[in-house]
Ligand binder design. Sequence first.
Ligand SMILES: Nc1ncnc2c1ncn2[C@@H]1O[C@H](COP(=O)(O)OP(=O)(O)OP(=O)(O)O)[C@@H](O)[C@H]1O
Ligand SMILES: [Mg+2]
Length: 355
Amino acid sequence: MTEKEILGWLEQVQHPGKEDKDIVSLGMVDAVHADDGKISVTLAFPKRPDPLKNYLVGAARAALYRNAPGGTDIEVNTVVKDPKPARKTVMDLDLSQINNVSHIIGIASGKGGVGKSTVAVNLAIALSRLGYRVGLADADVYGPSVPIMTGTEGAVPDALQDEEGKELILPIEKYGVKWMSIGYFSQPGQALIWRGPMACNALKQMILQVQWGVLDFLLIDMPPGTGDIHISLVGDIPMEGAVIVTTPQPVALADVEKGVNMFRNPSVNRPIFGLVENMAWFTPEEHPDERYFIFGRDGGAQMASRFDIPLLGQIPLVQGIREGGDAGEPVALGTRPDGVAFLELAGKLSDAVNR
Ligand SMILES: Nc1ncnc2c1ncn2[C@@H]1O[C@H](COP(=O)(O)OP(=O)(O)OP(=O)(O)O)[C@@H](O)[C@H]1O
Ligand SMILES: [Mg+2]
């Protein structure tokens, strides 16, 4: 349990006497401590007696019990003190560069290798072909793949200073999309080793220090997994929601569940616009009309209904998609059936987001 998580739970407690604002944004949470199996929270009340004091202490305790793992020792104390202004996040983030972005959408999955980056890159190009202004931030600081997949390996982003002297990075533009990746700042083939907090900051920089300009969509190719980095990323970047990528086999179900839970957890709580079933079937290059359901049939549809999210699209496993990624010429640029599948996906996503 992190302090941030606990604050998220306390945000569920509204003050009925203050227009139902929550106790966190009212600045009433004076201290939060979390140790193994123990949470201790101190609520601040002003000198003037608050008739709802007992109610609020009880409501805070109930919110903690509701969210904390069973068996956690929970303590809610009070202190007499004028509430301090609400603190937002640990680090003060400058969100000015994403102010003109309409929709920030995370492309996530519970596990690696399911084709997240392939879907993200092709989706970005497809959205741009539909006339939207699109950017993509490669948030995979461990294994950035966007430079290779877009044929922008070796490109060096320009830097400039804004009016306040803050350094901004210009994204690389190609195929009608603005791309940013930590891969542009390292030598090809050189492994990047980051420790947790550093990885987290590098990643936020990749998103917040970039001059994106006016965009309809900013896609974020999330790193594989559902750990702290993810929660922190989704919490600090105003992501509107997510798209979850999966393969159809039943063993992927548990990973999809982790991905879904990450966005539905109370401190994150963002909508999931839909599921993309990648490698839904195999179609041989020389027999474009044949479909082989090598990972099972309708797995994506079943997962979608199980988690009550729409199935946004199905992408086949075809050699051209892999080759397009390796050659830096994504299939979404063309008009073959696999490219058109991404255009359809882009249409469905923009519908889901605009709804
Ligand atoms: N539908 C597809 N048809 C053919 N090849 C595919 C398809 N989707 C992905 N691939 C290939 O599978 C490999 C893994 O895909 P990708 O890198 O997009 O996965 P990822 O989920 O982003 O992986 P990571 O977890 O490492 O970030 C790549 O070589 C890619 O070209
Ligand atoms: Mg990837």
